[in-house]
Design a protein around this ligand. Structure first.
Ligand code: UDP
Length: 252
């Protein structure tokens, strides 16, 4: 199988990426992403979707391996208002968030309409099963080829199960950057076209953790809601002003 990152960048649209502190972010809309991903599946190309937020960009400043890993992805989706602010500050054109969870739902819709299948790997035992039930309620025609929790230790079993199920799309929910490392380390051995690291999405879809009410989502205040529900996240969210300052200082 050909790897999407082996295709010349000009063909895949080099101009569709913006760089913040060395990290690429795609400026594709959901529609463009859907089109590209459908093409990737049809052409049996492997693609890797990673959600980029200020926390990951800052982490990549101290971790060259992570920086390379993030830039290796085919589609770096702008997950979070911090990235939109950075784009505005640098004269870029990213104006819409593409969140990991909405991308997952978009891909499930795409799969259910086009007879493609998905596989859920990650989260605590039982959570991905519940996420599967919720996804089937939302998309009754969706083919979910398999489910494995994120604490399964037997890597051979995981690989074998995925390859036997042959899903078109694999969602990996192991938290960041563990899931991104897992994807890059295993994608060559897996018979899968699209890989997406989805963080805590199965927890939200299964109902274990509630997503912010729509009003918060529309105002770009999902982070505030998460902070109220999971106050320990302050340690992660406090990084946003540092990120904005660094981007502002580095702007051309
Ligand atoms: N997780 C997992 N295996 C691990 C570590 C974490 O399946 O070894 C799961 C965890 O249960 C949770 C998700 O990974 O469902 C991490 O969610 P979080 O919201 O912290 O993701 P992040 O914000 O790091 O992307």
């Amino acid at each position: 199988m050909q790897h999407a990152w082996e295709i010349p960048k000009t063909v895949r649209g080099l101009n569709m990426k913006e760089k913040f502190l060395g990290v690429d972010v795609s400026s594709y809309s959901y529609e463009e992403l859907k089109q590209n991903i459908s093409d990737d599946i049809e052409q049996k190309k492997q693609s890797f979707i990673v959600a980029i937020n200020p926390e990951k960009i800052l982490q990549a400043q101290k971790d060259a391996g992570l920086l390379m890993l993030l830039n290796k992805a085919t589609y770096q989706i702008p997950d979070g208002v911090g990235v939109l602010i950075a784009s505005k500050l640098s004269g870029g054109k990213i104006s819409q968030r593409v969140t990991g969870i909405d991308m997952l739902l978009t891909l499930c819709e795409l799969a259910s309409k086009n007879d493609k299948s998905v596989f859920l790997y990650g989260a605590k035992p039982g959570v991905a099963d519940k996420a599967k039930d919720s996804l089937l309620e939302k998309y009754p025609n969706l083919s979910i080829a398999g489910v494995i929790d994120g604490y399964e230790k037997d890597q051979d079993y995981i690989k074998r199960s995925i390859n036997e199920a042959k899903p078109d799309i694999l969602f990996v929910a192991l938290g960041s950057p563990k899931q991104e490392h897992w994807i890059v380390d295993h994608m060559k051995e897996l018979d899968v076209s699209i890989f997406q690291g989805v963080g805590g999405s199965f927890d939200v879809i299964s109902g274990r953790i509630k997503r912010a009410p729509v009003a918060f989502q529309r105002l770009g205040l999902e982070w505030l809601y998460r902070l109220i529900v999971e106050p320990w996240r302050i340690k992660r969210q406090i990084k946003l002003p540092t990120f904005i300052y660094k981007v502002w200082k580095n702007r051309k």
